[in-house]
Design a protein around this ligand. Sequence first.
Ligand code: AHG
Ligand code: MN
Ligand code: MN
Length: 338
Amino acid sequence: MNFQTLARHIIEEERKYPEATGELSSLLHDLSLATKVISLEVNKAGLVDILGFTGDSNVHGEQVKKLDIYAHDMMVKAMDHGGHLCVMASEEEEDIIHIPPHFHIGKYVLLFDPLDGSSNIDANVSIGTIFSIYRRITPDDQVATMEDCLQPGHKQVAAGYVIYGSSTMLVYTAGNGVHGFTLDPAFGEYILSHKKIETPKKSKIYSINEGNYLYWHTGLKKYIKYLQEEDEESGRPYSSRYIGSMVADVHRNLLYGGIFMYPADSRNPNGKLRLMYECNPMAFIIEQAGGKASDGKRRMLDIQPEKLHQRVPIFIGSEDDVKTVEKFMAEEEVKASK
Ligand code: AHG
Ligand code: MN
Ligand code: MN
């Protein structure tokens, strides 16, 4: 049998760098364990009512948590004592999460969206966990601070997501391509299933919540109309695919090619998605797969974050498509300024 587990893959990747200490490998290993537990819980989601887990407590008298809070707690519990982190931050918690001082303090920073697409949980639609890893920048002998968390995306050491879908898959990059692993439910191991994923340069799929059309930028309205027009040479009209779970939408587009957009609009001037937990990790992955990610003007990974829970517009996916939407929006701005 010629298969490679995630654990083996990470070790072999790290061997390529003689200066590596193995710390990142073990951190990714701890993360993969946390997501296996979340995956189990996600798979049981439909049984909650049948097994009597409704209301505020379950049959064991334990407090029943919403799945996104469960996933948040699981991530924190699995990651705080591994010895590799100095601080964490989660979409589900207002402030940064310090590592308790009685645990070993490491050199890495972990930011995560414990459960993305949570409005889809009850409909059995794919959801996911997104993570982003940085090296700390404050001195090792001090308590880590917000400064360690607010680094621009291009400083990421690794990023990835787990998608709980028709199967559970973990996709990650440590700056040397994008690798995908499928969880074998029988023996609970992530197995390499998608080697060095490369996303098509141009696509035929666009993903956006078109219900917000009325509130969009004129340039964006024109772009979407352009995608719907017929033109054989440029492969139009495009297909529209929108799940409403960023992980699932970006994952599909990563494999098939496509552009995913959550723009700013007149009601949400900064869009909806979070720079630190959603946009930066996905941007790192997409760039590593040969794609492009921007806020409509700037490269996503170059944005200097100001706030932990900052929102940012996002245009991410196949390179040519992201360039085209940027062009449509820039043209409109030129017109508006005249
Ligand atoms: P989360 O569940 O972490 O709050 O994220 C939901 C996000 C994202 O997954 C998705 O792309 C977007 O919300 C969908 O938003 P709309 O329902 O406004 O289209
Ligand atoms: Mn999310
Ligand atoms: Mn979330």
